[in-house]
Design a binder for this molecule. Structure first.
Ligand code: PLP
Length: 386
C-alpha cells in the first residue's frame, strides 16, 4: 500500500495503523508469555494490556476475551455442537446461520452440514426475522439447543443486521447467539452487555491491527465451546498454543484507537456518499446494493449495467486505485457474490465494492471519480452531467 496508490478496500483489510505497527514490532522481541522469568512476565503484561483494550472495545470483561489467529478461527471454535456450562455438557443440535454471513460462519464450523440451517435476507440484505422466528419455533429442544450465528454488518454491502431483535428471538427460544462483529467494530460502539448476543467475533486487521490476530469475546466464561486447539492450556485453557505476541500487541493498540476513530465516521459517510453520487451521475441505471437499509458509513457496493465488475476493477487498479469486486476467494479469483445471490440480485456484471476509512481524503475520492469519468467516456455510455 504505497503512497502512490489510493487504497479504497478497508473491508478487506484496513491499513495498518502506525501505532499498531510500532507495538507489533516492539513485541516481536518478546519472550514466551507463559514463562515465569522476568522476560516472560513482561510478555504476559503485553498480552494482558491488549486483552483489556480488546475487552473495552467490546464492552466486556478482560477475562472474557480469548485471542485467536483471527475471526475465522474464532468462528470455527464457537460453531460447535459441543459446549460446557460449568462442569456440565451442553449440546446444540442445530446451527442457524444467515445466508449473507461471511464464509467463516456460513461454513458451519464443526457442525455436520445436515445440522446447519440457513435463514435468508430480504432484497436490502436484512436478515429475515420472521423466517428465523419460525425456524426457532420449530426447533426440537429435546435434541439439543439452537445455536445462531449472524454478522452485525455485511462485509460486501455494509448492511447492518438487527442484532438486538435477533438476540431477543434467540433468547426466547432458549438458544445462544454468536455475532460476527468483524466489520461493525470500530465503526459503531459495541457493548456485549447490551443485548447484542452471547459471543462476539473480532478481527484485528479490520480495525487497523495486524493480520492473523482476532478474538472471541463472551458475556461470561461460564459457557464455553469444546476446544478447537487443545494443548498447553494458554488463553485460560480456551485456546492452546503460544500466543501471537506481536499480533496481539498490535490488536490491542488498534482496539484502543478504534474508539477515537468512531468520531471520524460522519466525515467517512460524506466521502462515501460523494463517491456514490458520482457513480449514479455517471452511469444511468447504476445500482447501489442495500442502499435502502441501514449501512456502515464506509461501504458502497454498486453495479454498473453493462460493465463487468472485473473490468472496472482492473481499470481502477491500473489507475492506481484499489477497490474490490464481488467476493474474492483465497486464490484471488473473483466469484459470484453469495451476498447478492441471497438478496435475489441477478447481476451478471457483478459488483464493485468501495470501502474507506478515516484516512481517506477528498483527493482519494476525486481520483475515484476521475476513473469513473474515464470509464464512462471509454464505453461511450450515457454520462449524465457530472
Ligand atoms: N467476518 C467478516 C464479516 C469478515 O469480513 C471477515 C474477513 O473478511 C472475516 C469474518 C474473517 O476474518 P479473518 O480474516 O480475521 O479470519
Amino acid at each position: 500500500m504505497t503512497k502512490t496508490r489510493t487504497y479504497l478496500d478497508y473491508n478487506a483489510s484496513a491499513p495498518l495503523l502506525a501505532e499498531a505497527r510500532a507495538a507489533a514490532i516492539a513485541a516481536l522481541d518478546g519472550a514466551n508469555p507463559s514463562s515465569v522469568h522476568s522476560e516472560g512476565r513482561a510478555a504476559r503484561q503485553i498480552v494482558d494490556r491488549a486483552r483489556r483494550s480488546v475487552a473495552a472495545l467490546a464492552g466486556a470483561a478482560a477475562e472474557h476475551v480469548t485471542f485467536t489467529s483471527g475471526a475465522t478461527e474464532a468462528a470455527a471454535t464457537l460453531l460447535t455442537p459441543d459446549w460446557r456450562m460449568g462442569r456440565s455438557a451442553l449440546r446444540f443440535s442445530k446451527l442457524y446461520v444467515c445466508e449473507a454471513d461471511h464464509a467463516c460462519t456460513l461454513s458451519g464450523g464443526r457442525f455436520a452440514s445436515g445440522d446447519v440451517v440457513r435463514f435468508g435476507v430480504d432484497a436490502n440484505g436484512v436478515a429475515d426475522l420472521a423466517r428465523l422466528e419460525s425456524l426457532l419455533a420449530g426447533h426440537d429442544r429435546d435434541a439439543g439447543l439452537p445455536l445462531v450465528a449472524v454478522h452485525a454488518a455485511n462485509n460486501e454491502t455494509g448492511v447492518i443486521q438487527p442484532v438486538h431483535e435477533i438476540a431477543r428471538l434467540v433468547k426466547a427460544a432458549g438458544g445462544v447467539l454468536i455475532v460476527d462483529a468483524v466489520q461493525f467494530a470500530g465503526r459503531f460502539s459495541l457493548d456485549i452487555t447490551n443485548g447484542c448476543g452471547d459471543f462476539l467475533i473480532l478481527s484485528a486487521h479490520k480495525i487497523g491491527g495486524p493480520k492473523g490476530a482476532g478474538a472471541f469475546v463472551g458475556r461470561s466464561n461460564l459457557m464455553m465451546p469444546a476446544l478447537l486447539i487443545p494443548g498447553g492450556g494458554q488463553e485460560m485453557g480456551h485456546r492452546a498454543g503460544t500466543e501471537n505476541l506481536s499480533g496481539i500487541a498490535g490488536f490491542g493498540v488498534a482496539a484502543d484507537l478504534a474508539a477515537d476513530r468512531l468520531d471520524a465516521m460522519d466525515a467517512v459517510r460524506t466521502l462515501r456518499d460523494r463517491a456514490e453520487a458520482a457513480v449514479l451521475a455517471r452511469f444511468q441505471g447504476a445500482i447501489i446494493h442495500g442502499k435502502n437499509a441501514a449501512r456502515l458509513a464506509n461501504t458502497s457496493l454498486f453495479t454498473i449495467p453493462g460493465l463487468k465488475a472485473e473490468t472496472a476493477l482492473i481499470a481502477f487498479d491500473l489507475a492506481g486505485i484499489a477497490v474490490s469486486s464481488g467476493s474474492a476467494c483465497s486464490s484471488g479469483r473473483v466469484g459470484p457474490s453469495h451476498v447478492l445471490e441471497a438478496m435475489g440480485v441477478d447481476s451478471g456484471e457483478g459488483a464493485v465494492r468501495l470501502s474507506i476509512g478515516p484516512e481517506t481524503t477528498e483527493a482519494d475520492i476525486g481520483r475515484f471519480e476521475a476513473v469513473l469519468a474515464d470509464l464512462a467516456a471509454r464505453r461511450g455510455g450515457r454520462p449524465k452531467a457530472a
